[in-house]
Design a protein around this ligand. Structure first.
Ligand SMILES: *[C@@H]1O[C@H](CO)[C@@H](O)[C@H](O)[C@H]1NC(C)=O
Ligand SMILES: *[C@@H]1O[C@H](CO)[C@@H](O)[C@H](O)[C@H]1NC(C)=O
Ligand SMILES: *[C@@H]1O[C@H](CO)[C@@H](O)[C@H](O)[C@H]1NC(C)=O
Ligand SMILES: *[C@@H]1O[C@H](CO)[C@@H](O)[C@H](O)[C@H]1NC(C)=O
Ligand SMILES: *[C@@H]1O[C@H](CO)[C@@H](O)[C@H](O)[C@H]1NC(C)=O
Ligand SMILES: *[C@@H]1O[C@H](CO)[C@@H](O)[C@H](O)[C@H]1NC(C)=O
Length: 865
C-alpha cells in the first residue's frame, strides 16, 4: 500500500525524470508509519528539478509533536517554509509546502518531543510546472485501484487559481477488492455567487455538492463505490481576502465488516472500581479500520464520589471520531489530536462511541474510568504508628477536585512525640488563577508547621510534641487537568516515638526564686521537663533570651500536669528580643510544667536555647525585670532604675558558654543597690551592697542581679565580651581594685591559668607599695604575687589554698598576679582586693625592701584601714 522509502538521516539527491506524470513523486513518512511514532525526527533530502519546475510537498497525515516539523527550503537559499505539530488538525493551515525550484526538505524535531505516540506524518514530494502551477489536468482519468492517494489540490493552492477552470471533470475509477472511494475534504472554499461549483457524482447516481467554506469547522468526508466523477468550475478572481481553493485526498479502500474493540458493552462501576478501555496496543500499533466500539458506563453515586476519566486520544482528523456523552453538559466529538487529560464529572452515566472508516488509522484511544471515592480521611487517635494519605492515594488515578479535608491526629503526648514523615507529596500545579492545591500541617497551637504547595521540594519530616496535629488538604474545584500534571496526592507516615524525659524539680522560696534553664543538650532528643512550684500566690514567669523559632519545641502547661491548659507560645516565634528587655510567658498560678526539646528537623548545629524562670513579680514602677544582650561589645544602653525594693536581672547570651566571657557594668550615679554575682540573691554572692562599692571590672558571669531602692531615677548600662590574655588595670592612689578569676564561683569550671596586672599611678614621689587581700578562699587555686617597681622585681610570693582575709603587702607600684586552678571545682577561684599599702618604701633600687606582712586577724585589718 505504501512505498516505504528507507529514510536515512542524510542528504540524498533525487532527480525527477522529465517524463514522469504529475502525480508521481516521492513518498515519505515518519518511521514505521502508519504505526505511531515517538522520539526525535531527523531526516533530510535534496530534490532537484529543472529550471521550469518547482517542488511541492503535500500531506495525507500530519499529526505530530508540536515541534516536529517538515521544512522545505530552496536549495542554497533561505526563505524556507514549514509545517509543524498537528497541521492536519487545523482547517485554515494550508497542507502544502511549495518551493519554486530545487529544494532541500527536512523532517526534523526542533525541540524535545512531547512523548505522546503521535499518528505521524506521511506525504509526497511532487514536482510541478512553474508556469501552470497545476497539480491535476482537467478531464483526467484516475485509476485508484493501486490504493495510492490522489491529491486533488486546486491550481495555485493555497492561493486562488490564476486562471478560470470551467467544467473540469476528473473521473476516478477503481477495481478489484478496493470498491470504496473516499473523498476527504480538508480545505475547501468556493464562491457560489461567482458561479463556482463543485459536484461529485457517484457511479450509482449518488450526488454531492460542495459549497462555500465547507471545512470551516472540521474536514468533511464523502464515500462512494466503484467510481466517482468530480466536476468543478472556478471562475477567476483577482483580489479577494479569502482564497478560493480546495485540498482533497481521494483514495480507494476495501469495504469490510465492522470490527469491535475489547471491553465493549455496558458496565456499572462499584465505588473504587476502575476500568481501562481503548484501542488495541495503544502507542504501538495504529488502530484498526472499520471499528465500531461502544462503551457505556454507569455508577450509583455516593455522597462523595465522582467519575474520573483519564484519556489519551488521537485519530485521523477527517474520518475517525469518538463521541462522548455525559462527560460535560454537551456531547463531545473527538477527532484528530486531543490533549491527554484527566476529567472529573458528577454525572452517573458516561458513554463513548469510537468509529473508524476503512482508511488509515492513527494512535487511537487509551482511557481509564474510575468511580472515584472522594472521602477524606477521618480524625485519628493514634495508638500505634499509622499512615495518613490523600483520598484514594493507594489505588486511584489521582485525588478529587474540590476537597477540603481536615484530619485531626491525636496521640498520647505524655508518652510520645509524633513524627510526620512525608513519603510522597505531589500536588497539581495546574490552575487558572493563582490558587492552587495545598497541604498544611498545623500544630496543636494552630500554628502552621508547614504549608506545601505544588512542586514542594523541601523538608519532608516534621515533629510534634503535643497533641493534636491537624492536616488540611485542599484541592481546587477545576475538573480537567493535563494528564501529566494530575498529582498523586500525599502519603505521610505517622510515627510515635517515645519521649525521653529528663526531669528537674524547681521549688522556689524567699531565698531562691531565680533559675537558669539554658545550655540543654538539644540534639540528644531528650524532653527536658521542669516541674516548677512557686511560692504561694506567685505566678511563674519564663523569660526567653534566644530566638529558636521552629528549632526548639517549648510547651508550657499552666498547672501541675500535662492535662493543664497549654500557654500559647506564638510570641516566641517573633517577639523574642535578643538585645533588650526579655519576653516572658506567665502562668496563672504557682504551678507550671515546662517542656523543652530540640526539633529534629530544624535544629541547626549550635542552636542554643537560653531562658530563666522566676516566680518574682514586681510592681510595675520597677520596669522590666530581665534584660539580655546577645551582641558582644555592644552597650545595653541605659536601663532605668527606679522604684522601691526592685530587682533587675542583667544577662548576656553567650552561646559558646566560654568561661572567659565577662560583663562590665556602669551606673549613671551612685545608688543603693546590692549587686549579686550570678543569677542569685544569696548573700554569699553579694559583691556589693552599694553601687559605690568597688567591684571587679570584668565580671565572669552571664548574669548579675541588682536589688535596689531609689527615689531618684538612675540608670545602669552593661556590655559583655570574651577575655583574651592578661587583665591589666591601672589604679589611682585612692582607688580600690577588685579582681576575680574567671572560675570564681563556677561549678563546672575548667582548669585555668589567668594573669592580672595592677599598676599604681602617680606614686613616683611617695612610694607606699601595694596591698592585696583575699576576699574569698582560693581553694586549690594557687599562684604567685609579684611586686615590682619599673623593671625591678621587689617581691615575689607564692600562694596556694589562700584563705579569705589573707593579706600581702610589698613595696612596688606594679603587682602581677598569676593564678592557676588545676581542676575546676566550685570552691576554687581568685577574689582579690588591691589597695595602696602604707609602707614608706625607699626609692633606692640598691636595697630590696622586703616587707611582707601576713595579716590574719580582724583587729589588725581594722588597724590598717
Ligand atoms: C523540464 O521538465 C518538464 C517536465 O518533466 C519537461 O516538460 C520540460 O521539457 C523540462 N525542461 C527542460 C528545459 O529540460
Ligand atoms: C469514468 O471512467 C469509467 C471507466 O473508465 C467510464 O466507464 C465512465 O464512463 C467515465 N465517466 C465519465 C463521466 O467520464
Ligand atoms: C450504550 O447505550 C446506548 C444508549 O443507551 C445504546 O444505544 C448502545 O447500544 C449501548 N452500547 C453498548 C456497547 O452497549
Ligand atoms: C493507557 O492508560 C493506562 C491507564 O491510564 C496507563 O496506565 C497506560 O500507561 C496507558 N498506556 C500508554 C501506552 O500510554
Ligand atoms: C499570580 O502570581 C504571580 C507571581 O506570584 C503574580 O505576579 C501575579 O500577579 C498573580 N496573578 C494573579 C491573578 O493573582
Ligand atoms: C553606700 O554608699 C554610700 C555613699 O554613696 C555610703 O554612705 C554608705 O555607707 C554605703 N552603704 C553601704 C552599705 O556600703
Amino acid at each position: 500500500m505504501y512505498t516505504k522509502l528507507n529514510l536515512i538521516p542524510l542528504f540524498f539527491i533525487i532527480f525527477f525524470r522529465t517524463s514522469v506524470a504529475f502525480q508521481d513523486g516521492i513518498l515519505f513518512s515518519t518511521p514505521n508509519f502508519p504505526q505511531p511514532y515517538t522520539g526525535q525526527l531527523s531526516e533530510r533530502r535534496s530534490v532537484s528539478v529543472n529550471e521550469t519546475q518547482g517542488v511541492a510537498v503535500v500531506f495525507e497525515q500530519f499529526l505530530a509533536s508540536a515541534h516536529d516539523c517538515v521544512i522545505a527550503c530552496p536549495t542554497n537559499n533561505d526563505g524556507c517554509s514549514s509545517l509543524c505539530g498537528d497541521a492536519m488538525d487545523h482547517g485554515l493551515v494550508p497542507k502544502i509546502l511549495r518551493v519554486p525550484g530545487s529544494a532541500d526538505i527536512a523532517m526534523v524535531s526542533i525541540e524535545q518531543n512531547d512523548g505522546f505516540p503521535h499518528s505521524g506524518i506521511s506525504g509526497k514530494i511532487i514536482s510541478y510546472d512553474l508556469n501552470t502551477i497545476s497539480f491535476f489536468q482537467c478531464n483526467d482519468q484516475v485509476d485508484l485501484s493501486t490504493g495510492e492517494t490522489y491529491y486533488l489540490v486546486s491550481q495555485n493552492y493555497p492561493l486562488s487559481p490564476t486562471t478560470e477552470f470551467s467544467s473540469c471533470s476528473i473521473n476516478f475509477s477503481t477495481s478489484g477488492n478496493r470498491q470504496g472511494i473516499r473523498f476527504a475534504v480538508y480545505d475547501f472554499y468556493t464562491n457560489q455567487n461567482q458561479k463556482d461549483s463543485f459536484f461529485i457524482t457517484g457511479s450509482n447516481g449518488q450526488n454531492v455538492k460542495i459549497t462555500g467554506f465547507a471545512t470551516e469547522d472540521e474536514p468533511v468526508v464523502y464515500y462512494f463505490q466503484n467510481g466517482a466523477n468530480a466536476i468543478f468550475s472556478i471562475t477567476h478572481q483577482d483580489h479577494s481576502f479569502i482564497q478560493k481553493r480546495f485540498y482533497i485526498l481521494v483514495k480507494s479502500y476495501e469495504i469490510a465488516a465492522e470490527k469491535q474493540c475489547d471491553n465493549m458493552g455496558n458496565f456499572n462501576l462499584a465505588l473504587g472500581q476502575s476500568i481501562n478501555f481503548g484501542t488495541k496496543q495503544f502507542g504501538i500499533n495504529s488502530y484498526d479500520n472499520n471499528l465500531n466500539c461502544g462503551y457505556n458506563f454507569s455508577r450509583v453515586a455516593t455522597a462523595n464520589s465522582l467519575f474520573a476519566l483519564g484519556i489519551q486520544y488521537e485519530s485521523e482528523k477527517c474520518c475517525d471520531t469518538m463521541v462522548i456523552d455525559g462527560l460535560t453538559e454537551y456531547e463531545q466529538i473527538y477527532q484528530g489530536f486531543q490533549y491527554s487529560n484527566l476529567f472529573f464529572t458528577k454525572s452517573q452515566q458516561v458513554s463513548f462511541l469510537f468509529q473508524s472508516d476503512g482508511i488509515i488509522g492513527g494512535t487511537g484511544l487509551n482511557a481509564s474510568l474510575e468511580h472515584i471515592d472522594c472521602t477524606c480521611s477521618p480524625d485519628m487517635m493514634l495508638g500505634k504508628n499509622s499512615v495518613l494519605t490523600s483520598p484514594g492515594y493507594t489505588n486511584s488515578i489521582s485525588y478529587c477536585p474540590g476537597l477540603e479535608c481536615s484530619s485531626n491526629i491525636e496521640f498520647q503526648d505524655d508518652l510520645y512525640d509524633l513524627q510526620l514523615e512525608f513519603t510522597d507529596i505531589s500536588l497539581r500545579g495546574y490552575s487558572l488563577n493563582n490558587e492552587t492545591d495545598s497541604l498544611t500541617v498545623y500544630d496543636s497551637y494552630q500554628h502552621i508547621v508547614v504549608q506545601m504547595m505544588p512542586f514542594y521540594a523541601a523538608f519532608t519530616s516534621f515533629w510534634a510534641t503535643v497533641s493534636p496535629v491537624n492536616v488540611q488538604f485542599i484541592s481546587k474545584s477545576l475538573t480537567a487537568f493535563p494528564l501529566d500534571q494530575i498529582g498523586r496526592g500525599f502519603s505521610v507516615n505517622l510515627n510515635l516515638l517515645k519521649k525521653q524525659f529528663v526531669t528537674n524539680n524547681i521549688v522556689f522560696n524567699d531565698a531562691f526564686f531565680f533559675e537558669d534553664i539554658s545550655n540543654l543538650l538539644l540534639k540528644s532528643g531528650n524532653t527536658y521537663e521542669f516541674v516548677i512550684t512557686g511560692r504561694a500566690g506567685h505566678q511563674i514567669s519564663i523569660y526567653f533570651f534566644t530566638k529558636t523559632t521552629n528549632q526548639v519545641f517549648i510547651d508550657i502547661f499552666d498547672g501541675d500536669s500535662m492535662d493543664a491548659k497549654r500557654i500559647d507560645n506564638k510570641a516566641l516565634y517573633s517577639n523574642v528580643l535578643e538585645n533588650g528587655p526579655s519576653l516572658s510567658l506567665t502562668t496563672t498560678s504557682e504551678k507550671a510544667i515546662l517542656h523543652v526539646r530540640g526539633n529534629p528537623t530544624f535544629l541547626q548545629p549550635g542552636t542554643d536555647f537560653q531562658a530563666m524562670i522566676t516566680d518574682l513579680k514586681l510592681p510595675t514602677e520597677c520596669g522590666p525585670l530581665v534584660h539580655s544582650m546577645r551582641e558582644q561589645k555592644t552597650s545595653s544602653g541605659d536601663i532605668t532604675l527606679r522604684g522601691n525594693n526592685c530587682y533587675k536581672v542583667l544577662h548576656f547570651s553567650d552561646s559558646s558558654y566560654n568561661q572567659g566571657a565577662f560583663m562590665n557594668i556602669a551606673f549613671s550615679k551612685p545608688i543603693s543597690s546590692k549587686i549579686f554575682y550570678g543569677l542569685t540573691t544569696s548573700s554569699d554572692d553579694c559583691i556589693a551592697h552599694n553601687s559605690s562599692e568597688p567591684i571587679a571590672q570584668d565580671l565572669f558571669k552571664n548574669y548579675l542581679v541588682l536589688q535596689y531602692s531609689t527615689t531618684d531615677i538612675s540608670s545602669v548600662s552593661y556590655s559583655w565580651a570574651i577575655s583574651s590574655g592578661i587583665i591589666a588595670r591601672t589604679m589611682q592612689p585612692g582607688e580600690t581594685v577588685v579582681l576575680v578569676s574567671d572560675d570564681y564561683r563556677k561549678y563546672n569550671a575548667s582548669p585555668l591559668d589567668q594573669q592580672f596586672s595592677v599598676q599604681l599611678e602617680g606614686e613616683s614621689n611617695v612610694q607606699t607599695g601595694l596591698m592585696c587581700e583575699f576576699l574569698a578562699d582560693s581553694g586549690s587555686g594557687a599562684g604567685t604575687l609579684s611586686w615590682s617597681s619599673y623593671d625591678d622585681i621587689k617581691q615575689k610570693t607564692s600562694y596556694s589554698n589562700a584563705k579569705k582575709s589573707l593579706k600581702y603587702a610589698s613595696c612596688g607600684n606594679k603587682l602581677l598576679v598569676d593564678y592557676t586552678s588545676p581542676d575546676g571545682g566550685p570552691d576554687n577561684g581568685l577574689y582579690l582586693k588591691i589597695t595602696r599599702a602604707d609602707l614608706r618604701c625607699s626609692r633606692s633600687p640598691m636595697r630590696l625592701s622586703i616587707s611582707v606582712i601576713v595579716l590574719l586577724t580582724v583587729s589588725f585589718i581594722s588597724l590598717i584601714f
